[in-house]
Design a protein around this ligand. Structure first.
Ligand SMILES: Nc1ncnc2c1ncn2[C@@H]1O[C@H](COP(=O)(O)OP(=O)(O)OP(=O)(O)O)[C@@H](O)[C@H]1O
Length: 445
């Protein structure tokens, strides 16, 4: 199977390839000396796992970031000199894009183990025999909020106007955008996603709009931008609030005229891509603050759609947790049976600030870390919710405190006259006497 090949990006003078062949007897390795060569190889055949030997710190950061963002569906492993770890920027890049890293010199056994694990994970994700157990439109859950979302998705899929999706981070905005694309007449066309916040501002224009040969140093060949490459399909612009103002103007022109100018071009080209934008910040506030163009906001928000945060669809938690567990239980390398009742209770009690992405991360970590056959709330890193008995006890104590204060206040207001205080509190005289007994307040009446 083609995806079983390993893509290895390795500068020619790094000497890393020899170590790699020792670590990986029998595995097909596609080697590229540059990111451009790697892109050409990936255009010809997809790979599930990629290795960056001594590339981080050598290849220009922004280009590497864009390359890795484009291929974020692959598992990437870095092999690098220890000195790279001293750089904050490189550590950030690694944390964002890599599944694992090794320092030079390579320990072949450890590298073989890492790659084997990642190929295993990729095979699981590919394995169509696994029941996907996804809900309609690929969106798990049946809470009223999710049902409403599905209806809205079906409606906006019928037309081609821009859609603006708002939702907290990790709540499923990209998933909703994919569902719109799949349900639309453009389903056969490409779905191209870009995170506007992840691309350096000086590169975003050429990424979105493409460039002509000679447009800038290093532009040795013309290249179509992402909008052009989404022609006939959908372009998903995530974190649209991060788009620099100059590019906001270019995007507006594209939305109005359906044409774009590649960087360095003198003539426009037409592009037929539907735009779906998403933001976790309130764009109206960004408009009021002057960081987002008002005309673009109105153009984009023709069809607004809100993805609810996970805490507002607790009814979906169990189905989501079960589906995530089913997809990743194989990572444990042994048979796990599911969650304890305590784990389910803790998940319901937690507020999920990172939404479904956080749920996925916690369950994946728990699958690897748990000792028994069932995942507990500790494995998930969640606090146990208060015991029902403890809650009842606390409620009882609060009620008694409140009752005692109410009786004391009423007696004070009525100069110790029990009948009047009882009338004021709306209780009978006998109840009032019972309360005086209970709280030892006779001396005050
Ligand atoms: N209802 C759902 N059913 C199944 N998977 C979901 C659901 N909602 C979210 N997910 C999964 O959660 C993860 C995060 O979702 P997604 O990337 O769509 O969120 P997002 O809102 O676009 O995040 P960000 O704001 O960080 O870009 C993805 O793996 C997605 O498949």
């Amino acid at each position: 199977m083609a995806r079983e090949a390993l893509l290895c990006i390795c500068p020619p003078d790094s000497g890393g390839l020899a170590a790699l062949h020792a670590a990986l007897p029998g595995r097909t390795v596609l080697t590229a000396a540059t990111l451009h060569e790697a892109q050409c190889l990936l255009d010809q055949q997809p790979c599930a796992v990629g290795l960056l030997i001594d590339t981080i710190g050598r290849a220009p950061d922004p280009e590497l970031q864009i390359f890795l963002s484009r291929h974020s569906h692959m598992h990437w492993v870095g092999v690098l000199p220890r000195t790279v770890l001293d750089s904050d920027a490189h550590r950030r890049l690694m944390a964002t894009h890599l599944s694992d890293y090794h320092t030079l010199p390579v320990d072949p056994d450890r590298l073989r183990f890492t790659l084997g694990h990642l190929f295993g994970q990729a095979a699981l994700q590919d394995d169509t025999a696994l029941p996907p157990r996804l809900g309609a439109m690929g969106i798990t859950g049946n809470s009223p909020a999710v049902q409403r979302l599905r209806i809205q998705i079906a409606r906006v899929a019928r037309v081609s106007a821009p859609v603006l999706i708002w939702g907290e981070s990790g709540s499923g905005k990209e998933l909703a955008a994919q569902a719109i694309h799949r349900a639309s007449a453009r389903a056969e066309g490409p779905f191209v996603a870009i995170n506007c916040g992840a691309i350096p501002p000086n590169l975003i224009q050429s990424e979105l709009f493409g460039y002509e040969r000679g447009a800038f140093t290093g532009a040795t060949h013309a290249r179509a931008g992402l909008i052009e490459s989404a022609s006939g399909g959908t372009i998903f612009l995530d974190e649209i609030a991060d788009l620099p103002r100059e590019q906001q103007a270019n995007l507006l022109r594209f939305l109005q005229e359906k044409t774009i100018y590649r960087v360095g071009a003198t003539r426009s080209v037409s592009a037929d891509a539907r735009v779906i934008a998403a933001s976790h910040v309130n764009l109206e506030v960004a408009v009021a603050e002057g960081s987002f163009r008002e005309d673009l906001y109105y153009r984009l928000s023709v069809l607004p759609l809100v993805v609810p945060p996970l805490r507002e669809r607790q009814a979906d938690l169990r189905a989501l947790a079960d589906q995530i567990f089913a997809s990743h239980a194989g990572d444990a390398g042994r048979r796990l049976r599911g969650f304890t009742a305590g784990a389910h209770a803790a998940m319901l009690h937690y507020s999920w600030p990172g939404n479904v992405r956080e749920l996925i991360n916690r369950i994946r970590r728990a699958i690897v870390m748990c000792d028994g056959r069932l995942i507990t709330e500790e494995d998930l890193g969640l606090a146990a919710p208060p015991e029902p008995a403890a809650v009842a006890k606390e409620l009882g104590a609060s009620r008694e405190r409140f009752e005692r204060e109410a009786v004391t206040d009423a007696l004070r207001r009525h100069g110790g006259m029990v009948s009047r205080a009882a009338r004021d509190l709306g209780v009978s005289r006998s109840t009032m006497y019972r309360l005086l007994d209970k709280y030892g307040l006779h001396g005050r009446s």
